[in-house]
Design a protein around this ligand. Sequence first.
Ligand code: CA
Length: 234
Amino acid sequence: MDKCVVLVVEDDLPVRNLITTTLKAHDYRYLIARNGKDAIMETSSHNPDVIFLDLGLPDMDGVDVIQRIRTWSNVPVIVISARSEDSDKIRALDAGADDYLTKPFSVEELLARLRVTQRRLAMMQNGESARSSVFINGDLRIDYAAGCAWMGDKELHLTPIEYRLLCLLAQNAGKVLTHTFITQKIWGSSWENDVASLRVFMATLRKKIEKDPSAPQYIQTHVGVGYRMMHQKK
Ligand code: CA
């Protein structure tokens, strides 16, 4: 595989340097944009594999940058947000971002997010995506056509909502899905009650698929934000 090209969109020099130094040290190629306009231009002309996007840019709202890019590209976007920008983080995910990093972040976190994204990219390129009628991730197997799921050789007995929840997470594996996105897809609404129900269904689903529901391996919780299905290492 060619070296992964990362576009770093950040106006803050120390943060940008931290990211580019880390990327260089780990053998990634990178491009730089200091504002939203350049981010859109660099994306269209150089087709990066992954974008790190700061939400607080001098010329544009980072969420608008995502919306613009999503009109023609599915490139994974990892947003970088300050701790005070929690609602922006959720808006960014709903606009099509894949993941987020909260400032201040460590080099290890940065690299971990990149690895998750690269695994997702590799799965997409191998055609193991939502187009296939059977989803396989570690011991988890979902046969969309038959409407059933297995963990290893054991068939899972899921309620219709648990099954839809599992499929939604599987079809977006590697990506953080917000509470709003999930409840809209499952119930068509997103009232506070729906988010509370989601928590309940997620707990029962986990009991059925996780070996240790208190240390989940398949479905990750993002407190106050949402959930993500993790790709399992082969
Ligand atoms: Ca900034």
